[in-house]
Ligand binder design. Structure first.
Ligand code: HAM
Length: 435
């Protein structure tokens, strides 16, 4: 392309960034709409926080992995800032500050785009979307159960099948490591390795922290302890960790949470894993991720984080939440062949059959929109047959042909594009006829 003598390249999106063409954008908005509706049904109020936040805030407990992948830069005022890689830190900042006096529990919802400089690959993007729900102020198992139930509800409403939740509790491993005097930094490193399923490396890291031989044996067995039947797995784990007081409390807490889910009549498949950890460092209790068999990446992720708000200068405040990955939910829907009929409504194209009738076409389109009927005017000056062909291609439900003869009697031709039938209708009845 040449502009005033300057040759411009043909621009593409920056690596890792995507354009959303209408069909995909429609899917995104559909999932967003369902997530927002669900927020309303559960009483979560929406907040909108900035995309740019202080680097220090975002890095505080995000974990090494995310920290290294942040879009961080200095703004023109010399502040170290970053594009948010998640919502939870911003929410904790709000609750520690502007919302500190709000009565608890607080149920907050946010939705938007986030940034991580990940290596682009299937289901992993540098710009992606989350629908995020945080329940703040309760340390009770019913709060954890609500977050699990809500996540199940969303996945179910999207029509996904055969999904399961990976479920764990970071209090089990942290309880053992703390009693073995492993410093928090080293615990974080071990949890990061577990998040990447590097069990052997995690064991070596634990050995390097001089934990007891007995502890290594227990960790080895815990890393293998997993199953679909919560009571069976948790009984085994509880027996295994019986000498570590806070690990036992963690198992009991998970038992209570899952008991409430079950007794509340919420049914979904779970895989309980004692050695399951998530990359973010702020988790203190339940952790979970939903999966479908067609994708080996998590559709969302969440858990309890009881110390983050305090870390940001707020009152000690318990909290639990989840982020649903909108991009991955859409991938899962595609894999399972789920395509909701997004554009179910009417779509009308108005075609003036000669130049003098263009103004009338505009007038009629305003009349339809006034009645909330989407209307587009033919603006390419095409012949009626070409314009009809194009309306058909776009999936128009009706076309309105504005011709001089009918117009003399205040009428137009209304064509039903599906039935391929047309008839002359009075303009004053046009909206009703389309409805
Ligand atoms: P997370 O596991 O880092 O957790 O992200 C949650 C979800 O966001 C992932 O399961 C995935 O679906 C989506 N996601 C993350 N990174 C990418 C990416 N690069 N491309 C596409 N999708 C991605 C959190 O963000 C926590 N803040 C969740 C939370 C809320 N915990 C408590 N409250």
């Amino acid at each position: 392309m040449i502009m005033q003598g300057i040759e411009m390249p043909r621009f593409r999106t920056v690596r890792g960034m995507r354009d959303f063409l209408p069909k995909h954008a429609g899917m995104m908005r559909y999932v967003e709409g369902l997530s927002r509706e669900l927020a309303g049904l559960y009483g979560y109020e929406e907040v909108i926080t900035p995309i740019v936040e202080s680097y220090k805030l975002l890095a505080a407990k995000s974990g090494e992995e995310i920290k290294q992948r942040m879009y961080a830069f200095e703004d023109l005022g010399g502040r170290k800032v970053a594009l948010r890689p998640e919502f939870t830190a911003s929410i904790a900042r709000l609750v520690a500050g502007k919302m500190r006096n709000e009565p608890k529990p607080l149920r907050l919802f946010c939705l938007g785009r986030l940034y991580r400089y990940d290596e682009p690959q299937y289901g992993r993007f540098r710009e992606f979307w989350q629908a995020n729900y945080e329940l703040i102020g309760s340390d009770k198992p019913e709060a954890d159960a609500e977050i699990l139930t809500l996540t199940n509800n969303l996945v179910e409403r999207l029509g996904l099948r055969n999904y399961h939740f990976r479920i764990g509790h970071v209090g089990i491993l942290r309880g053992i490591l703390s009693q073995e005097n492993v410093a928090e930094e080293s615990q974080n490193r071990i949890m990061q390795l577990l998040d990447k399923k590097q069990w052997d490396a995690a064991l070596i890291a634990a050995k390097d922290c001089n934990v007891s031989e007995r502890c290594i044996g227990i960790l080895k067995r815990l890393f293998k302890a997993k199953g679909k039947e919560p009571s069976r797995v948790l009984k085994r784990v509880k027996e295994e960790v019986r000498e570590y007081r806070s690990a036992v409390a963690a198992v009991e807490n998970l038992w209570d949470i899952l008991g409430l889910v079950r007794d509340g009549g919420v049914k979904f498949e779970m895989v309980i894993e004692a050695g399951f950890a998530r990359g973010l460092e702020y988790y203190t209790g339940l952790v979970f991720e939903p999966y479908v068999p067609e994708l080996d990446i998590a559709l969302g992720g969440g858990g309890r984080y009881d110390r983050l708000i305090e870390l940001f200068g707020g009152e000690p405040t318990a909290a639990v939440g989840v982020a649903q990955g909108i991009d991955r939910l859409i991938l899962a829907m595609k894999k399972q062949g789920i395509s909701p009929r997004i554009m179910e409504g009417k779509r009308v194209v108005i075609i003036p059959i000669s130049d003098e009738l263009k103004a009338k076409a505009i007038e009629l389109s305003s009349m339809l929109r006034e009645a909330k009927i989407p209307a587009e005017v033919e603006v390419m000056g095409r012949s009626v047959s070409r314009a009809l062909e194009d309306a058909d291609r776009k999936g128009a439900t009706h076309t309105v042909l504005v011709g001089p003869e009918e117009l003399r009697e205040d009428k137009v031709v209304l064509r039903d594009m599906k039935k391929r039938e047309q008839r002359v209708v009075e303009i004053k009845n046009l909206c009703e006829e389309i409805e």
